[in-house]
Design a protein around this ligand. Structure first.
Ligand SMILES: [Mg+2]
Length: 374
């Protein structure tokens, strides 16, 4: 079996879960000489990054992958890292590598007629617990709490709220209001729903403020506090971790296995966030899962993009014992509900693992063309 064709598709789409702002990803389509097709995705996020990924795929990785057996995922992962050693190890090269690696694993499963989780050693979990991962967009605290309670009523048993997001919510900006928001939300969703606060890139907290806010939030039993400090502020994180009881989640901004190893060894976090569309694909994600297991830490997929990324995360998470929740965007959206013929949904708070070969999803190429941009 040989890779015959490699194509990259930069896409632009409006995201209802992000106040209808435009978001950007790059998909990769691989085709073999026997006609099998595999799909992968990276979370480019910005138009220039989505376009730059296409250049790396077309000019850098396609020439070294064409004619190779797509089932040699580990070999090809190292080949791509070797090709990009000078300009890579993070950034655009890691995005491009991630998208191709996901497509290679999709093909590997299809070649064997097996769902991806079977290639990873089987399902530790028959289904995964769904978390509504939200950027709520209401102007008042009662309206925000009501929106979140609505997701709990849909069956979600975990809710994550991003602070510092676009729209009317203005969370993370006013300490008193943030505390009132967390209290109102806890009262609205009840005691049995896990509630996570994701502080987000646009909010700048220092250590003292992160300690103060997390201690305030602790009164309302938040499940974890996510990225309250800059990604490289290890000293700040250690001070924070020693001052609070709430678990700390971070890691979604890392790219490489080496960086994850440093993060895990540093002991600054309880939950390591990993995105297959950024952190060197399924191959990279798997290596991080093993590192977290050795360190007795939890991992959690950071997956807030297309159904390709969600499917890859589902299989990876189902195959490992130590996850917490599986994130979904709760409002129907183009990349989850239009891109694939059978969208991945939660039912009564749970998500089933796709049983088809490879990622177990079918991409509608008309939809790929609809959202293509140059
Ligand atoms: Mg986050």
């Amino acid at each position: 079996m040989q890779i015959k064709r490699i194509e990259a598709f930069p896409l632009r789409y409006p995201e209802p879960n992000d106040n209808h702002h435009l978001r950007y990803i790059t998909l990769v389509r691989l085709e073999t000489d026997s006609g099998l097709v595999g799909w992968g995705e990276c979370i480019a996020q910005w138009p220039e990054a989505a376009l730059a990924v296409k250049v790396i795929v077309d000019r850098g990785f396609a020439p070294i992958l064409l004619g190779r057996d797509p089932q040699e995922t580990e070999v090809l992962w190292h080949l791509m890292k070797e090709q990009s050693w000078w300009y890579g190890e993070g950034g655009i090269a890691s995005l491009a590598l991630s998208a191709i690696d996901v497509a290679l694993w999709d093909l590997r499963g299809k070649a064997q007629g097996l769902p991806l989780y079977r290639l990873l050693g089987g399902k530790t979990h028959a289904r995964l617990r769904a978390c509504a991962s939200t950027h709520p967009n209401k102007a008042t605290i009662p309206a925000l709490a009501q929106e979140l309670a609505g997701y709990a009523q849909q069956g979600y048993t975990a809710l994550k709220v991003g602070f510092g997001k676009r729209g009317e919510a203005h969370l993370g900006e006013d300490p008193k209001r943030d505390i009132a928001f967390v209290q109102a939300t806890r009262e609205a969703i009840g005691d049995d729903v896990d509630f996570m606060v994701d502080v987000g890139h646009k909010i700048r907290w220092d250590v003292a403020h992160a300690i103060r806010m997390t201690r305030e939030f602790e009164r309302f039993h938040i499940r974890w506090i996510e990225e309250p400090l800059r990604r490289d502020d290890y000293e700040g994180y250690l001070r924070l971790r020693n001052a609070i009881q709430t678990p700390i989640a971070t890691g979604e901004q890392e790219w490489t296995v080496a960086a994850y190893q440093r993060l895990i060894r540093s002991g600054i976090a309880d939950i390591i966030m990993v995105d297959p569309g950024r952190a060197e694909g399924i191959t990279g994600f798997l290596k991080v899962i093993h590192l977290t297991a050795q360190a007795h830490q939890f991992f959690n997929a950071h997956t807030w993009s297309s159904a390709i990324n969600t499917a890859a995360s589902l299989h990876l998470t189902a195959a490992a014992p130590h996850y917490i929740v599986m994130e979904l965007k709760p409002i129907p959206n183009p990349m989850q509900h239009e891109l694939v013929t059978q969208p991945i949904m939660q039912q009564h708070g749970w998500i089933d693992i796709p049983e088809g070969p490879g990622l177990g999803i079918e991409v509608d190429e008309k939809v790929v063309r609809k959202y293509l941009f140059e």
